[in-house]
Design a protein around this ligand. Structure first.
Ligand SMILES: [Zn+2]
Length: 391
């Protein structure tokens, strides 16, 4: 039912209830751009929780185009993302859609459209038929064939939003060339389970809702990592650039991953990680980095980690020995294999050893290395290595 309330606020802004909510929570914007704000009521918080799903399923059918703002409304006929993805100057972003039509005629001005939009947006705009009998821009509900909002289709939509996604950014995430902890962090950001103020408040933890850095907005994953003035400045200074037309962190990441190569996607993950550390540094140590600190440390850490990976690179495992080489063989299913080697430093009376354990699939499980005092023969040194590995 909260979904239905949200849909009404979006599509019937002239009702008494919509006026009340607008006056209290989003006096200068629309429901689509509304944020939690300070001291939100339980009802408003609940309605806003449905906002993303509502926006995901809502589209605007363009009539005269005067009521729809180019950069902040879902008016493109795309199932996944109804918002434009082109980076536009602010003046065009905030103009209404009728400015893309030939004056006094109900047809697109393709000279203008081709000039300012990227290929994806141009293509989608070409698919929008303009109807001279429809003057008002009207909202319709995408999951329903008649465009009408139903609670049933809303719940079906929630199911798809919350089921584990298997495409796009979600899949690409695991192929990034970054530390496992950064992948894990990014996954938690996408699943919106990071301990940001909005998530903590939802779990009834008493914290300040506002962002501790800019104090102008609620601290959400999207705000901290993308839309806050500091994050925005970082993205503008980076090679990835800034796309302000996305409605959520996942949308934003999907867009970025779809247009960047794997190295830039990996760098994106590191910058997100840096922005998150910066926010925590501010909260816990009252230390704030500058834009260049975040970008430099993201780039440097990525480079160092990738170099370190290259220097210990082991060729893919092969089950058969080729050209007389000795190749590593996987253990049987249900077993682990521990490989050990040792070195002797006679002059200093030391031995060193290294051990690595791998699974039947050839996956790394654990490793250990150390330097021990002792003057041993090679065979004994290896035996000590095995003992240490198993201890
Ligand atoms: Zn902020």
């Amino acid at each position: 039912m909260l979904g239905k309330q949200g849909w009404r606020l979006l599509t019937n802004p002239n009702t008494l209830v919509a006026h009340l909510f607008k006056a209290r929570y989003y006096p200068n914007t629309s429901f689509a751009e509304a944020q939690l704000g300070s001291n939100p009521s339980y009802v408003w918080r609940s309605i806003l929780a449905a906002q993303l799903a509502i926006l995901q399923g809502s589209r605007i059918q363009i009539g005269g185009g005067q009521q729809t703002v180019i950069g902040s409304a879902p008016w493109l006929p795309d199932m996944d993302n109804g918002f434009i993805t082109s980076t536009l100057p602010a003046s065009i972003n905030s103009a209404t859609v009728d400015s893309l039509m030939v004056p006094n005629q109900r047809r697109w001005d393709f000279n203008v459209v081709d000039d300012i939009f990227n290929n994806r947006d141009q293509d989608l705009i070409r698919r929008i038929p303009l109807n001279s009998r429809l003057d008002k821009d009207i909202w319709f509900w995408l999951p329903d064939s008649k465009g009408l909002f139903t609670v049933r289709s809303y719940y079906r939509m929630l199911d798809t939003l919350h089921s584990p996604p298997s495409s796009g950014a979600w899949r690409k995430l695991w192929h990034l060339h970054v530390l496992a902890k950064v992948k894990n962090f990014l996954w938690r950001a996408m699943a919106n389970v990071l301990p940001t103020a909005d998530n903590l408040l939802q779990r009834r933890v008493e914290v300040q809702a506002s962002c501790p850095i800019c104090h102008t907005s609620t601290e959400t994953v999207f705000h901290v990592l993308v839309t806050s003035p500091f994050a925005k400045a970082c993205w503008i200074s980076s090679v990835m650039g800034f796309n302000g037309s996305c409605v959520s962190f996942v949308h934003w990441l999907e867009d970025l991953f779809s247009r960047c190569n794997i190295d830039d996607c990996s760098l994106t993950a590191m910058v997100c990680w840096g922005l998150w550390l910066n926010m925590n540094n501010k909260v816990w140590n009252d230390v704030k980095w500058r834009v260049q600190n975040v970008l430099n440390s993201a780039g440097q850490n990525l480079f160092l980690w990738q170099q370190a990976r290259k220097s210990v690179y082991v060729p893919p495992f092969s089950d058969s020995a080729a050209h007389g080489c000795v190749c590593w063989l996987k253990p049987s299913i249900g077993w682990f294999k521990c490989n050990v080697d040792a070195a002797i430093v006679c002059s200093r009376g030391l031995i060193s050893f290294g051990a690595v354990i791998r699974s039947a699939g050839g996956d790394f499980i654990a490793a250990k290395s150390d330097i021990l005092p002792g003057s041993f023969e090679a065979r004994e040194a290896k035996a000590i290595g095995v003992r240490e590995a198993l201890s």
